[in-house]
Design a protein around this ligand. Structure first.
Ligand code: ADP
Length: 420
């Protein structure tokens, strides 16, 4: 198998976001959790994304991880490479965006790439090299208070220049709107001036499509999810991929469970609605703290109820209830205890025959996927914006829907299974 696009993503949810963008643009996409072990059987795909957890690591560590991922993707025959970071350009003066991009360019023997975190759908835009979050400059947005990567300078040219010894340039909006040919000329001019990194303006998806076209022959492209939007069309134009491709993911049958560890407003509504006409088990954090084997209790409860009709196991609670638990146990401890319990429950459920799992909550999903030993996911159709069905690369194969807390319509939990 030879892939068209090989992506290195600096965190898991960012990788999922990118996967979703590429699937919608017609690429059969697989997301791997870290650099895969030797011998892992990866399904046929046009694009593979290696999801790392390297955004906030020391730069040298992030570089080592990213190069390992890059190396593996090149071995899969990737025609083009992509480095995905956050749409708010999360980084510090030490990195990791500059150092990782520089190391990747050196590794593939290239001397030029582009940088563009813009993602208009999520209100991230770049104008004259300044990054906007909604109506505010990056440095005036909540990102200025980020605990790990506070962004206090809105100029991407300056931010990136502090992370690299190579020259940083800019292709402005006035050129972008002229289309792909003009952009290509501007990129060539920068390169001839000895500039190695070009920040790109873009405000709309149309700009991203033109930028994607202009970067058709670039070995390494870097950006948020948005910048990748225009790349699949190049492969279609080059006759390497058919348009409107959809991965044919096998239909998974078997016992069906919803696990909700998110306490977000959307999940509270989804839990309340599902409880009306489905069996539900409430997981009590204080019982876990008291030393009861709550995972076993939940599994005993589930074992007589498992079927294709979904059942619900949840810890979802109101802010007041959560506060009361956190006051007694501490926020971190309460969270990790509940996550660990859900991990054990998920593992036990699969051992009892569960094959379709919907998990609500980002951290909760991470804990469940980890406990199940899932090494990768083939990305399927979207259920609601930002939440696709996925098919796990694990034994046994599972249908998994991993939902961030606040996503999805009120009937998401039951609607999802009708679409699988
Ligand atoms: P979201 O996507 O909504 O942020 P997460 O799963 O990422 O959801 O985070 C929810 C956190 O709250 C997890 O760490 C989870 O273990 C914890 N949690 C879930 N239920 C409770 C509860 N009833 N009391 C305290 N903490 C809880």
């Amino acid at each position: 198998m030879s892939i068209l696009l090989g992506c290195v993503a600096d965190d898991f949810t960012g990788a999922t976001d990118l996967a979703n963008t590429l699937v919608k643009a017609g690429m059969r996409t697989v997301q791997l959790l870290g650099v895969p072990r030797k011998g892992l059987k990866v399904p046929e795909a046009d694009c593979i994304i290696v999801a790392l957890k390297s955004r906030s690591n020391p730069a040298a560590e992030a570089v080592t991880m990213s190069l390992a991922a890059l190396d593996w993707l090149r071995q899969q025959g990737a025609r083009q490479l992509y480095f995905k970071y956050c749409s708010t350009f999360d980084s510090t003066d030490k990195g990791n965006i500059g150092p990782v991009a520089d190391a990747m360019l050196d590794a593939i023997g290239a001397d030029f790439t582009v940088f563009n975190p813009s993602f208009p759908t999520n209100k991230r835009t770049v104008y004259k090299g300044y990054l906007f979050v909604g109506d505010e400059l990056l440095s005036e947005s909540g990102m200025r208070h980020h605990p790990l990567t506070p962004m206090t300078d809105p100029s991407l040219v300056r931010v990136l220049q502090r992370q690299t010894r190579h020259k940083v340039g800019l292709v402005q909006y006035s050129t972008i709107v002229k289309g792909a040919a003009a952009i290509r000329t501007a990129l060539d001019d920068l390169r001839k001036q000895g500039i190695r990194h070009a920040v790109l303006d873009s405000i709309t998806d149309d700009h991203l499509m033109m930028l994607g076209e202009a970067c058709a022959d670039m070995k390494l492209v870097t950006g948020g999810s948005g910048m990748a939007m225009g790349l699949p069309a190049n492969f279609i134009r080059q006759g390497l991929m058919k348009s409107g491709q959809r991965a044919t993911l096998p239909k998974v049958t078997g016992a069906t469970v919803v696990i909700a560890g998110s306490c977000s407003v959307a999940t509270q509504g989804q839990v309340a609605l599902m409880k009306k006409d489905h069996e539900a088990y409430e997981l009590a954090p204080m019982a876990i703290a008291a030393g009861r084997d709550v995972a076993q209790e939940a599994l005993d409860w589930a074992s007589t109820r498992l079927s294709e009709k979904p059942i619900l196991i949840y810890s979802t609670a109101t802010p007041e209830q959560v506060q009361a638990v956190q006051d007694k146990l501490g926020r971190e401890h309460a969270g990790s205890m509940v996550e660990e319990t859900f991990g054990k429950i998920a593992k036990g459920l699969v051992a009892k025959g569960a094959r379709r799992l919907l998990v609500a909550g980002g951290e909760t999903a991470g804990a469940v996927v980890g406990a199940l030993g899932v090494e990768g996911l083939a990305i399927g159709p979207e259920i609601d914006p930002g939440v696709p069905w996925t098919f796990s690369i694990s034994e046994p194969p599972l249908a998994l829907a991993l939902k961030s807390g606040n996503f999805g319509t009120p009937d998401f939990f039951t609607k999802a299974f009708k679409l699988q």
